[in-house]
Design a protein around this ligand. Structure first.
Ligand code: AKG
Ligand code: FE2
Length: 426
């Protein structure tokens, strides 16, 4: 990256901005920062450009086949990793190269580098933009705009000149129904679990208030403002709870298939079988190959300067089932720590095609975030993708992806055997 070259224009610009913004900053603000916040600040900084030498980057290392097969711990940029062997169902090992790694300091974290093929990555990008970011799936834009029936991406592709109208003209009388909420608030919510499910089910979930400051915008103008689209069960951002009264949205078959294949490719005994010190009793990881069933999630659309602050995904009733996270497009720094922000996080470079599985009580409720999208890291197969379907429109996907990272983040809300239907029909 040329941000590391002190002679480059990007470096000089970042330095100028840094000096301007830090001129009056008190030095002791830093003293109050948690280890997670310090790491976030470090990787987010435009200046000095972050040192990536302690970032776990599985793709940058050539692994010795024998060492991988030994099952012993290895170190990559100072981070301990454990290569996982074959699972009984499908193998993540291609030509004897291990394709699954656990991170022992965060039990339940599994990384599957390059799990999604280049063709599937392009297919998923099309899906995320053209097929998924539209009605009936809610996006961050729906609160403020009345999106076109044909979908925002299709409207953008057809160079639709007509502006997308805002929702600001809400009758005064119904204002009280609406609650102010923005995307990805960092308010803390009560962790969901089977015992408080009933109370959560019936708590009020008012629709978000449309922003009064937005104005009608072209589809092309709005595409760069797309930040998330819901998958499966509907999520209520205001209360940070699922709204089960809205019914169960579909999980696309392709997404479901990839996530199930990822979970089946892991030999969970190697991940959790050694010790049961985490006290989740029934060892339900033993049945994940058969019982794992994704039912909710989110597609995140990051532009280069976007970040996702430290958070815990604790709205799911099941706090241990695998969460499968797929990265597409530009690479990112992913930070994952522990049950509080006081735990020093591990930094992981996630590249297009990588899958991450967060599972078990230690990892599933660990703080994590994305402090940085790395500019100019779009892989070549996004530019050379002209051999598959629909040649003409790929260039639009490619140009959008030049400045984008997409993350498909898929969860299982309910533990096996928990029937939400019984409780909904009262
Ligand atoms: O973008 C990522 O890799 C993580 C996204 C995430 O943590 C979330 O959607 O909750
Ligand atoms: Fe998350």
């Amino acid at each position: 990256m040329d941000i590391h070259d002190p002679g480059s224009a990007a470096y000089k610009k970042a330095r100028r901005q840094y000096l301007k913004t830090t001129k009056n900053r008190s030095k002791d603000i830093d003293a109050e920062w948690t280890p997670f916040r310090i790491a976030e600040k470090r990787y987010k900084a435009r200046f000095p450009p972050p040192d990536l030498s302690h970032v776990l980057d599985l793709a940058s290392t050539t692994w010795d086949a024998e060492m991988l097969a030994s099952g012993c711990s290895l170190y990559c940029n100072g981070v301990e990793i454990k290569p996982l062997g074959q699972s009984e169902s499908t193998s993540p090992c291609v030509a004897n190269v291990c394709r699954a790694f656990a991170v022992p300091s965060i039990p339940g974290l599994v990384i599957l580098p390059s799990f999604v093929s280049p063709e599937d990555q392009r297919r998923l990008v099309r899906w995320a933009l053209r097929d998924h970011a539209r009605h009936p799936n809610e996006t961050n834009l729906d609160a403020h705009y009345i999106l076109p029936d044909k979908g925002l991406w299709n409207a953008h592709l057809s160079s639709d000149a007509s502006l997308v109208n805002t929702r600001t003209h809400i009758p005064e009388s119904s204002h009280s129904k609406y609650e102010s909420s923005g995307p990805r608030q960092l308010i803390s919510n009560t962790p969901a679990d089977p015992t408080n499910f009933q109370a959560m089910l019936h708590s009020p979930k008012p629709p978000p208030a449309p922003s009064p400051s937005v104005s009608p915008t072209s589809p092309t103008g709005l595409i760069s403002k797309l930040r998330w689209a819901n998958i499966g069960w509907s999520y209520h951002w205001g209360s940070k709870q699922y709204d089960f009264t809205k019914g169960k949205g579909r999980v696309d078959d392709q997404i479901r298939g990839i996530c199930k294949r990822a979970v089946r490719s892991v030999n969970w005994k190697e991940v959790f079988g050694q010790s049961d010190e985490h006290g989740w009793g029934n060892e339900h990881w033993r049945t994940w190959h058969e019982t794992y069933e994704p039912d909710a999630g989110i597609v995140n659309y990051y532009q280069i300067k976007d970040t996702l602050m430290a958070h815990v995904d604790r709205s799911e009733v099941c706090a241990t089932s695998p969460l499968v996270s797929i990265s597409l497009g530009n690479a990112a720094i992913f930070l994952i720590g522990g049950l509080s922000r006081d735990v020093e996080p591990t930094a992981i470079l996630l590249r297009s095609g990588d899958a991450v599985i967060m599972s078990g009580p230690a990892c599933r409720r660990a703080y994590h975030g994305v402090p940085r999208i790395l500019e100019d890291t779009l892989p070549d197969h996004f530019s050379l993708g002209l051999d598959d379907e629909d040649l003409t429109s790929w260039t639009s996907y490619e140009s959008y992806m030049q400045t984008t990272r997409i993350n498909i983040n898929v969860r299982q809300v309910f533990p096996k055997g928990f029937d939400p239907g019984l409780h909904v029909e009262k």
